[in-house]
Design a protein around this ligand. Structure first.
Ligand code: NCD
Ligand code: ZN
Length: 346
């Protein structure tokens, strides 16, 4: 008999769905695998208000494949001098899972982000009072800090003091990439958690330069060392509820990546759960995939766990070289490679 694995339906706690035709291209992949997802607000212009988030949510819901009951959670893009009242409106809306801190200039479409976290301390205080979660892109942006050190530096310089200044604030350090982040999250106070992506569990930084420069392996935070990757695998597969699934699936058209200044972002929505399953299987921890993918996230965000299930079968298949994307193509993670697990039902 071919082994099968049935899990409670998972959620993706960090995804980029884009907008317009690009949204229509990628949403079926996310909606096939996940019951819900937190949709990142880094559109152009960014999703900074509840009014913009409401309109974006409506566009996402309208773009769902027929019969899909996928539900997007939204997050507001924090900026210097954001009015505190927006947090009250966010709480009242009911579908806003939190607010996202992009240090200005840290990543794709972050130029309108926060220049100094002290500028939003009043907003963070209100979020803590109302129980609105802070999602953090954890990298400093100083030119003089090495790109591979930017996450660890952010933890020391910005995140650790922030978590102390706002002891009731719930915080998710998004897409962690380093042993330093694993150590910080493991030892942090209650209410501090992290998401982990499939690419940071699968690759170390050598992959970006294997036989030549490979732009489809460039994402932010950038891939790190093998020791970092091993720390992430231990964290994800270790059963600690502070670590849960967030793909950071971030599609860009092929030409925007294969360029003299290529965009950051890897696309994984087409097979994220199957890729995580391979990682967990290799770590001998398939029995812990459900906690990571379907239980710890809802518990942290204080929403009910999904009711339905998904089934994966140990049945090899080949990922296509490319998927249609916004009138162009996107090169997916594990392009043209074989995967051992296949989702057979939702
Ligand atoms: C993301 C994108 O393309 O929107 N890119 C990425 O490399 N992860 C932005 C982000 O989450 O940093
Ligand atoms: Zn992201």
């Amino acid at each position: 008999m071919i082994p099968e694995l049935t899990l409670r339906r998972p959620d993706d706690w960090h995804v980029h769905l884009r907008d317009g035709k690009a949204l229509a291209s990628v949403l079926p992949h996310t909606a096939r695998q996940f019951g819900r997802a937190i949709v990142m607000p880094n559109l152009k212009p960014p999703v900074t208000t509840v009014a913009l988030a409401t309109a974006y949510r409506n566009r996402i819901r309208a773009a769902r494949p027929a019969g899909s009951d996928f539900e997007p959670f939204m997050t507001l893009y924090l900026f210097d001098n954001m009015p505190v009242e927006e947090i009250d409106r966010a709480k009242a809306a009911g579908f806003i899972a939190g607010c996202k801190l992009y240090p200005a200039g840290a990543t794709t479409h972050s130029d309108a982000g926060v220049t100094d976290v002290r500028h939003i301390d009043n907003v963070l205080a209100r979020m803590a009072e109302l129980g609105v979660v802070l999602q953090v892109h954890g990298e400093v942006t100083h030119e003089h800090i090495d790109i591979f050190d930017r996450e660890a530096q952010f933890i020391d310089e910005v995140l650790a003091p922030l978590v102390e200044r706002h002891p009731k604030l719930k915080v998710v350090l998004e897409h962690i990439t380093t042993r330093a982040a694993v150590d910080f999250i493991s030892g942090a106070r209650a209410g501090v958690a992290a998401t982990i992506t499939p690419q940071h569990l699968t690759y170390n930084r050598n992959e970006i330069f294997r036989g030549g420069i490979r732009p489809h392996f460039y994402c932010l935070p950038v891939l790190k060392t093998e020791l970092d990757r091993r720390a992430l695998i231990e964290a994800a597969t270790g059963g600690n509820s502070r670590f849960f699934l967030g793909t950071d699936s971030a599609p860009h058209a092929r030409g925007s990546k294969e360029s003299s200044c290529g965009c950051a972002g890897m696309y994984s929505a087409h097979a994220a759960l199957e890729i995580y399953a391979e990682v967990f299987e290799e770590a001998g921890a398939l029995d812990r995939l459900e906690g990571f993918a379907a239980l710890f996230g809802p518990d942290f965000y204080e929403v009910p766990r999904n009711e339905g299930t998904v089934t994966l079968r140990r049945d090899e298949w080949s990922i296509p070289r490319a998927y249609a994307f916004d009138g162009d193509i996107v090169i997916p993670m594990r392009s043209n490679e074989k995967l051992r697990w296949r989702m057979i039902s939702a």
